[in-house]
Unconditional design. Structure first.
Length: 203
């Protein structure tokens, strides 16, 4: 606040007006800077939050993908472990397999014994069997370069035909055994229906 009188110099009024203008500009600039300082952190915080949310979603997607891959790897590893076309069991496991298959009534059940001239012929036979035979045929290595093929739920004629298709100059059919037939399955089913609560497993 100031007062004017007849003796007030003109330069005083001009200088005072310049001062007021500069003060107003400084106040406006300070207010603008303060507003800018307030808005920039808020905008940056929102941007960082969006990036964090996006990163969390990506992490969740990656985690789900890794879990899916783990399940698939486990599935394929288990399938390869029980894949009869890749598995070769020893002769000690043959009686246990036959007993379990009979208990499950996996009829017809037959066994083909193929004698090979040597280890090379045995490897070639197994390689051919992995292509020519399906998953229902179990493979066993026996004494004297003999390969046992256990046909599960395969008709006798088809099993014999499949075994004969593997023969060559180095591979011969030593023996073909019918372990169980469809008639035994019907007999076992009839016995199970006649005797309630009894043990219906085939022996």
């Amino acid at each position: 606040m100031y007062r004017l009188c007849l003796l007030t110099n003109r330069s005083v009024l001009l200088d005072n007006n310049v001062f007021l203008g500069a003060k107003t500009e400084l106040c406006a600039l300070a207010a603008g800077m303060l507003l800018l300082f307030l808005l920039v952190p808020v905008l940056l915080a929102g941007k960082v939050r969006k990036l964090q949310l996006r990163g969390d979603r990506q992490d969740e997607a990656i985690e789900m993908l890794n879990q899916s891959l783990d399940r698939m790897n486990k599935f394929f590893s288990e399938r390869d472990l029980h894949d009869t076309r890749r598995s070769l069991w020893s002769k000690e496991a043959l009686p246990a397999f036959i007993a379990k298959l009979r208990a499950r009534k996996a009829y017809p059940l037959s066994l083909a014994l193929l004698r090979c001239s040597g280890e090379t012929a045995a490897r070639e036979l197994l390689a051919l069997a992995s292509v020519a035979l399906d998953r229902t045929v179990l493979r066993f290595t026996l004494d004297g370069n003999v390969i046992g093929l256990l046909f599960v739920q395969c008709d006798l004629e088809r099993a014999l035909e499949s075994a004969m298709s593997l023969l060559s100059d180095d591979v011969s059919l030593e023996e073909f055994l019918l372990l169980s037939s469809a008639a035994e399955r019907r007999k076992s089913s009839a016995s199970a229906g006649a005797v309630k609560g009894g043990d219906s497993s085939w022996r």
